[in-house]
Design a protein around this ligand. Structure first.
Ligand code: SF4
Length: 229
């Protein structure tokens, strides 16, 4: 359901231990081990693509639909009609956070006309699968110390395959486009095959051209220095 002008609110806040508290720590050390569980006053699924667009490292899932993200140093998992958040010190801490979270969601709701929604669904790929694509030399050309570290980040979509110069080119690439209703709700998707071969080849040629220019430039500078000396 797409809301009218009502504000997003919550009710039935329940704050409970995440299980790391009473059994493992003395009472005076019960810090940040509580979790909040609450219900929304309206269906907020329509906001998920906007949160996905605005919040860095947000993860949008389908079947079931939910979004996972960090807000104000707190992990939030929001479903269309309810949410979970943690960690909190106590109920008061959780209540204060809920005020900030509702302000954030309502702000997003009122600004959504200015935000380009991001419908990308988060899919995690197993590290063991990604490692099969890598030479596993730990050469560091990608900026990661090991292929394992690179694979872990790639699996969570926090880096790009192209950062490893030793990975093979994909045999096929696809682009998935959203089909939306009049309210911007995702109805379905259409997948198109993309042929990037020419773009990649153009990019390689441009890179090669720049490298050659840089080499010539260095040679000229060396030559001039020798002449001056
Ligand atoms: S550049 Fe590729 S091969 Fe080298 S460490 Fe990174 S992932 Fe491994």
């Amino acid at each position: 359901m797409t809301p009218g002008h009502s504000n997003i609110g919550f009710h039935s806040l329940r704050v409970c231990s995440t299980g790391r508290g009473p059994a493992t720590q003395p009472a005076d050390k019960l810090k940040a081990c509580m979790m909040a569980d609450f219900d929304f006053s309206m269906d907020i699924e329509f906001l998920f693509p906007y949160i996905n667009a605005v919040v860095k490292k947000a993860q949008l899932y389908d079947n079931p639909s939910y979004i996972r993200f960090g807000f104000d140093h707190t992990l939030c998992v929001l479903y269309p009609d309810r949410g979970l958040a943690s960690p909190f010190d106590d109920t008061e801490d959780a209540r204060d956070f809920m005020v900030r979270l509702m302000a954030f969601l309502n702000d997003m709701y009122h600004r959504k006309a200015q935000i380009a929604p991001r419908y990308k669904i988060f899919r995690q790929t197993a590290i063991t699968q990604i490692l099969k694509l890598l030479p596993q030399t730990n050469c560091n050309d990608c900026g990661f110390n090991t292929c394992m570290a690179f694979a872990a980040m790639l699996g969570r979509q926090q880096t790009l395959p192209g950062r490893c110069p030793h990975i093979s080119r994909p045999v096929q690439e696809k682009a998935i486009f959203p089909v939306l209703d009049n309210n911007g709700k995702l109805l379905s998707t259409i997948t198109l095959d993309i042929d990037n071969t020419q773009n990649v080849s153009d990019l390689d040629s441009a890179k090669q051209y720049i490298e050659n220019l840089e080499k010539k430039n260095c040679a000229i500078i060396r030559h001039e220095k020798r002449s001056d000396g």
